[in-house]
Design a protein around this ligand. Structure first.
Ligand code: AMP
Ligand code: MG
Length: 414
């Protein structure tokens, strides 16, 4: 299809493309569901969580030691107190701490009545039923007051937050057994091309293994997408049409690879225009220029170029923001800034995403080193990289030492 014949926007800048995608995806908020805490890892919180009670719920000891009254101790020197009882975590103190007495206490045990301070065991000597405290103690030392972590009525977590291990721990400490989260987007992944065979199958002449099924499938999974199924499709308009319509029946997202460029076997742009809508085709980006964004029925279509690096890079830069918009995720990280170790001459004006290693020096400066393998067919460059360097549109030459944006790949830093 000649560009001048296109009946949809084409040749967008990266920011324009992202804004277009975010506007459409953001209008399709995913519904919410309640899941058990044990199944909530990585999910996006759908509602604010308010602490129903103080955490901790009672004043307790931060140390193994003795609960006492700070006023009974001199500022310096030793003081002898009568040991009148003990309290363990989870237990009750029977004795009340009164003048010149103390109660043995373990970490997490409720502070006995009358006590206001805990002296750690290491700062005491025990002689029969007496405790000699060495040195004074600040009032309230080693006591964790009720509500010091969360106060009843306080917002503990805000909606849009991704639930990692610490957030799940907070929900549990607030007594919650389940949590309202955004439903994961459901995707059908299509890899297209007559040359593709599954790993493990014999490679005939001109054939290659379908690596995108795994690289893109893994990337989708790391982005919290539920993969309904994968289908490998030949470059045949009838077969393509059939799988696209079927995918539109049950997916929120259709992610396809291949068949979206200008070759004789690239049927997707016309086909999508016929059975759905092309929001735009082609972005001024390298790699990934033929990227197409459309929809079929209610499903959004991200038609990625077949070259393994092009698909991977456009999935990260153009599709990931759509996922954030659909799930109203709030903890979305801004690109990092790094200095270039090497100079770069793009030799073109388009935006470019280069595969790079990252390292942090002793001055806390992040450095990005371009990988030698920058070809869009060479997955090795991605496999050995930590991030994509984002070289903006317009400027062609970048000097060593220049500051650039970098997009970390999933799993960095580890
Ligand atoms: P296309 O976008 O269909 O023109 O494909 C561009 C390049 O990517 C070609 O060299 C294809 O063989 C290759 N390619 C397409 N799909 C895949 C895939 N699923 N896995 C690995 N390489 C692919
Ligand atoms: Mg192809």
């Amino acid at each position: 299809m000649a560009e001048q014949d296109a009946i949809f926007p084409t040749g967008l800048g990266v920011e324009e493309a992202r804004a277009h995608i975010a506007a459409i995806a953001g209008a399709r908020k995913l519904s919410t569901e309640t899941v058990a805490l044990s199944a909530a890892s990585g999910r996006i919180l759908a509602t604010d969580v308010v602490a129903a009670f103080d955490v901790p719920g009672f004043a307790n000891s931060a140390m193994d030691g003795f609960a006492l009254r700070a006023a009974d101790l001199p500022p310096v020197g030793e003081k002898c107190l009568a040991l009148i009882g003990e309290v363990f975590a989870g237990g009750h103190a029977v004795a009340k701490v009164e003048k010149d007495t103390c109660v043995r206490i373990t970490t997490g045990a409720a502070l006995p009545e009358g006590a206001d301070t805990v002296v750690m065991k290491e700062n005491t000597r025990i002689e029969n039923d007496r405790v000699i405290v060495v040195g004074g103690a600040r009032l309230g030392a080693n006591v964790r007051p009720a509500g010091e972590d969360y106060r009843a009525g306080e917002t503990a977590l805000t909606r849009g937050r991704r639930l990692g291990p610490a957030q799940l721990g907070v929900l549990a400490s607030l007594g919650m057994t389940d949590v309202s989260v955004v439903r994961n987007p459901r995707a059908v992944l299509l890899t297209t091309g007559d040359e593709l065979v599954a790993p493990g199958e014999h490679l005939g002449f001109g054939q290659i293994h379908d690596s995108n099924r795994y690289s893109l499938g893994g990337l989708l999974e790391s982005l919290g997408v539920e993969l309904l199924r994968h289908e490998r499709v030949r470059d045949e308009p009838v077969a393509l049409r059939d799988v696209l319509l079927r995918a539109a029946g049950d997916a929120d997202l259709i992610v396809s690879s291949g068949g979206v460029s200008a070759g004789e076997a690239d049927f997707l742009p016309l086909l999508v225009a016929e059975i759905g809508k092309v929001h735009f085709w082609k972005v001024r980006i390298k790699p990934g220029m033929p990227f197409l964004f459309g929809q079929i029925g209610h499903a959004l279509l991200f038609a990625l170029p077949g070259n393994p690096v092009s698909g991977f890079a456009t999935c990260l830069t153009l599709m990931k923001p759509a996922l954030h918009a659909m799930s109203a995720a709030t903890d979305v990280s801004a690109p990092l800034r790094a200095r270039l170790r090497n100079s770069i001459d793009k030799r073109h004006a388009r935006a470019e995403l280069q595969r790079a290693r990252l390292e942090c020096d002793a001055q806390a400066m992040l450095w990005a080193t371009s990988h030698a393998k920058q070809g869009s067919g060479m997955l090795r460059g991605v496999a050995e990289a930590d991030a994509l360097i984002v070289l903006p549109e317009g400027e062609r030459c970048f000097a060593a030492g220049e500051l650039v944006d970098v997009l970390p790949l999933p799993g960095w830093p580890e």
